[in-house]
Design a protein around this ligand. Structure first.
Ligand code: TXA
Ligand code: MG
Length: 309
């Protein structure tokens, strides 16, 4: 507890100075900076090598704080009540009076916002008098980090401080819902669409083919840097084999995402497994077929993008 307290103090110290700090969230780690400061946000983009036109998500503690920056609507309140804090991001209209840096959203009139659930980042947000802009803490197009070690893997010593909150419990990014007009799913994520549909009494679907309004969902993304083949029954020589369920006869190149096709467990292990395979110097990755329902749909979405290497 004591170390948490001093680490939060340290994080605040660097953030107040306009530096970037890596923060833990229940989805993935974020590379955070003061969302009201032009120069602080610029640092995130430089470190991540992220194109300016790809806007970032701003992380808030509560509604009170958010009301300064965004115009809220009915659908927002319904989803907020049900899922927040949690792995869901909303696109809302920016208020004219908002102090959000233009570098966060490339001067757009909309803003992506979310309320992270992780206790440590909530403690940190309580101490700050600004929200945190934070894209995932990886170099642009690479795999998102789910632990402190992964952030080090991405940035070495370039990030001033990493707030260590252990392994991210969900392991996949938040679901993004555009609430500007009719609700629209822009990115699959930690909350299944079926749950959103139940609450909003709608039948939203994720349109894979449509060019969405999310600039960050480009074709190549979440890439471990080696080729990935999907729906494979038998791996090739030099390939690692990723499986959704343990097998009786195993081999050295077999990597299990879960014991028994548990999609929640698989989501949590996915990015760590891809990272480990890359480190173990395999020349490629073969993945067996993963059920395309619930979180499995998000896992498949990420794998398809990762396979466009
Ligand atoms: O779980 C998450 O959402 C993590 C943690 C750190 O919160 N963050 C995350 O951020 O995944 P990032 O930057 O890797 O992905 C944000 C996505 C990008 O695809 C970006 O294009 C989209 O959100 N986005 C941000 N602002 C937007 C806006 N105003 N309109 C449409 N899409 C937006
Ligand atoms: Mg990202």
């Amino acid at each position: 507890m004591k170390t948490n307290h001093s680490n939060i103090k340290k994080s605040k110290f660097f953030l107040d100075k306009g530096q970037c700090v890596a923060i833990p969230t229940e989805t993935v780690y974020g590379l955070a900076a003061n969302a009201y400061s032009d120069s602080a946000v610029k640092r995130i983009y430089k470190l991540k090598k992220r194109p300016k036109h790809n806007p970032s998500i701003v992380h808030y503690l509560n509604l009170e704080q958010l009301k300064n920056d965004c115009i809220l609507n009915k659908n927002f309140f319904i989803l907020y009540k049900k899922f927040c804090p949690g792995p869901i991001t909303f696109i809302l209209k920016l208020k004219k009076s908002s102090k959000i840096s233009k570098n966060v959203n490339n001067n757009k009139k909309t803003l992506a916002i979310r309320f992270p659930k992780h206790a440590l980042v909530r403690k940190l947000l309580k101490k700050l008098n600004y929200p945190l802009a934070a894209p995932s803490a990886n170099i642009s197009t690479k795999i998102s980090p789910v632990s402190k070690e992964d952030v080090i893997d991405e940035f070495g010593k370039k990030v001033k401080f990493i707030l260590d909150g252990g392994k991210s419990t969900i392991g996949l990014e938040s679901t993004i819902v555009n609430l500007i007009k009719k609700p629209q799913i822009l990115r699959l994520g930690g909350i299944e669409i079926s749950r959103i549909n139940r609450v909003l009494k709608t039948k939203l679907k994720f349109n894979k083919k449509k060019k969405t309004a999310t600039p960050g969902q480009g074709k190549i993304h979440y890439s471990p840097g080696i080729p990935i083949r999907l729906n494979v029954k038998k791996p090739k020589l030099n390939e690692a084999f990723v499986l959704i369920q343990e097998r009786k006869s195993s081999a050295k190149n077999f990597y299990y995402l879960s014991k028994r096709k548990n999609l929640k467990e698989a989501a949590k292990k996915l990015y760590k497994t891809l990272r480990m395979i890359k480190k173990n110097n395999f020349k490629g990755i073969a993945v067996e077929s993963i059920p395309n329902k619930g979180l499995g749909e998000t896992i498949n979405d990420r794998l398809i993008r990762a396979s466009k290497f």
